[in-house]
Design a binder for this molecule. Structure first.
Ligand SMILES: Nc1ncnc2c1ncn2[C@@H]1O[C@H](COP(=O)(O)OP(=O)(O)OP(=O)(O)O)[C@@H](O)[C@H]1O
Ligand SMILES: [Mg+2]
Length: 238
């Protein structure tokens, strides 16, 4: 591949007020690639995702999508470049039904792509199909998470960004979420996944990145890291 990577971070520094959190973060996500970003609590993973989306814009460095610098852009403009974000605290509308939550998010992807339709989402998440007229706030945590991912897919993204999608969920539901992420990967959508489940992350990812105190300390093939656990034990403790 000679084209620019879909997403490219180049030496970004990000602050919250006077607090300097990211110290020159650089990595790429290629088209269709699944990349996981790992690190202990408070290391800057969410801040990295917020920096990409323009929610907490970096003070230095650049974020490029298909070679285009998005730093001057607003979050609503950045997501129009083909990015869908599933935040830590789930972005569903509690007083709208499952059907309404999905329909509100529907839009074609870039170039008018309409791979993900309401019907396909329901096929992918049969549980949501059984809850179509339930309100967002009547769903279990796992169903809410599936609805959040379903909403993200309704935007027909090129890149899906997931922050702690399995956090706080029962083991069986977690397994279901991982298999959905695997299915999404198989459709060719790129993903940038943050989670605490190292084993699951390494099994679904092409590449793994480890972050310590706002810096990237490891970036390489996930299979290589899975085969050399001393590296992730050193940085993650697991
Ligand atoms: N809104 C904020 N204002 C000030 N400091 C913040 C804010 N959000 C995060 N921080 C600080 O920035 C650092 C990185 O936080 P961040 O949320 O990016 O970490 P994380 O790797 O996502 O952690 P976790 O695994 O707990 O989700 C932490 O020291 C945190 O306290
Ligand atoms: Mg976080």
């Amino acid at each position: 591949m000679t084209a620019a990577p879909f997403l490219e971070l180049d030496g970004i520094h990000t602050h919250y007020g006077a607090s300097h959190v990211l110290h020159g973060v650089s990595f790429t996500v290629g088209a269709g690639e699944t990349v996981c970003l790992m690190g202990r609590n408070g290391m800057g993973k969410t801040t990295t995702l917020r920096s990409i989306l323009g929610l907490t814009p970096p003070s230095r460095g650049s974020v490029r999508i298909e070679g285009k610098d998005v730093r001057p852009m607003a979050p609503h403009q950045i997501v129009r470049l083909g990015i869908a974000f599933v935040p830590e605290n789930r972005g569903i509308f509690p007083t709208l039904s499952v059907r309404e939550n999905l329909m509100m998010a529907a839009r074609p992807g870039r170039g008018g792509r309409l791979d993900w339709t309401f019907g396909r989402i329901i096929d992918t998440f049969p549980r949501l199909g059984e809850r179509l007229s339930n309100m967002g706030n009547q769903l279990s945590g796992g169903e809410q998470q599936m609805l959040t991912i379903g909403r993200a897919l309704m935007t027909n993204p090129d890149l899906l960004i997931l922050d702690e999608a399995t956090e706080g969920l029962a083991p069986l539901i977690r397994k279901e979420i991982w298999s959905v992420i695997r299915a999404i990967k198989a459709t060719g959508i790129a993903s940038l996944v943050v989670d605490k489940d190292v084993k699951a992350l390494l099994s679904i990812s092409d590449r793994a990145i480890i972050m310590v105190k706002g810096r990237i300390v490891h970036d390489g093939p996930a299979a290589e890291l899975a085969a050399n656990p001393e590296t992730h034990v050193k940085y993650l403790g697991v």
